[in-house]
Design a protein around this ligand. Structure first.
Ligand code: NDP
Length: 272
């Protein structure tokens, strides 16, 4: 019976997960290392367990959402035998290797395991755009997906338990690149006394929206050059950004990186 869900970890994210599951009518047991974080959830029908063993003992699916891989090992360690024959979903962020090793460790104790990556922030958990990456055995995913569906659209990315972390991290890197680009854009406008709110609303947002799909489709590491793309023209255009940044005293690391990569592409074409 997997409708009962035990959430280990009531930080910002664990609490949001528990809240969305309660809202969907799931039976939820919660545990947190430091007590005193379950009040609101208990008032809405959650059961509070005073130990990890007790939370696992509630039966059903166990979900970890803790700080990092070490905290997952530390929390589960003393109670690991109790998980034998059960299912655990880890929604704690970590590296690809940590996910693979965690899978091996848990499987050694007879635990069916699914690794996850949450593509949401606490306020968007359970909202339409939220989705959760999962990797691990397909049959475990098929059982978990309907149970955890309310927290975000379940999306399986393969048998390798490291792949949820891989895609999660890579997607976050794309997001941080966008953030760094937007921060840089705003710093440039600010350096000349431009109106930031107007720039953001009337220029940056519509421009980034227009370019988003093209940027994602055009992303490549091999640096092979698409037909419609002239790297020398792009690199020369970037030089305006670099010199404006230098004049304003605004660091332009991302633009500099792209500039170097465009000239590498151009050299590859010229050399043949
Ligand atoms: P918080 O810092 O709010 O919470 C951390 C949680 O981990 C707390 O419940 C804390 O317990 C617990 N914890 C830390 N160390 C240990 C330990 N050694 N043993 C047991 N419990 C421990 O983090 P979030 O809830 O925001 O994030 C949790 C996970 O979700 C992270 O891996 C994060 O990367 C991921 N995530 C978070 C997102 C976000 O926007 N917040 C987005 C996507 C993923 P205590 O209260 O006792 O300190």
């Amino acid at each position: 019976r997997h409708e009962q869900i035990s959430i280990l970890g009531l930080g910002a994210m664990g609490s949001a997960l528990a809240s969305s599951l309660l809202a969907a009518g799931r039976e939820v047991t919660v545990w947190n290392r430091t007590s005193g974080k379950a009040g609101d959830l208990v008032a809405r029908g959650a059961r509070e367990a005073s130990s990890v063993e007790e939370a696992i003992g509630a039966g059903g699916l166990t979900v970890t959402c803790l700080l990092d891989d070490a905290s997952v090992r530390e929390a589960l360690g003393p109670a690991i035998r109790k998980l034998a024959g059960g299912m655990l979903v880890n929604l704690t962020s970590g590296s690809v290797r940590q996910a693979r090793e965690l899978a091996g460790w848990l499987e050694g104790y007879g635990v069916r395991f699914l690794a996850g990556g949450i593509m949401a922030v606490p306020p968007t958990v359970g909202s339409e755009g939220a989705f959760i990456l999962y990797s691990g055995a397909r049959d475990v995913f098929d059982r978990v997906a309907p149970v955890l569906g309310p927290v975000g659209r379940p999306h399986w990315v393969g048998e390798d338990p490291g792949f949820a972390a891989l895609y999660d991290m890579a997607a976050l890197s794309g997001m941080y690149g966008m953030s760094a680009g937007a921060d840089h854009a705003v710093a440039l406008v600010q350096s000349e006394g431009g109106d930031l709110e107007t720039f953001k609303r009337e220029v940056l947002q519509p421009w980034m929206e227009q370019m988003l799909a093209i940027t994602v489709a055009g992303a490549n590491v091999s640096e092979s050059v698409p037909d419609e793309y002239n790297p020398a023209m792009q690199a020369t255009g970037l030089e305006n950004i670099l010199s404006a940044s230098a004049e304003a005293g605004v660091p332009a690391d991302l633009a500099g990186h792209l500039h170097a990569s465009l000239w590498r592409m151009q050299r590859a074409i010229t050399v043949g």
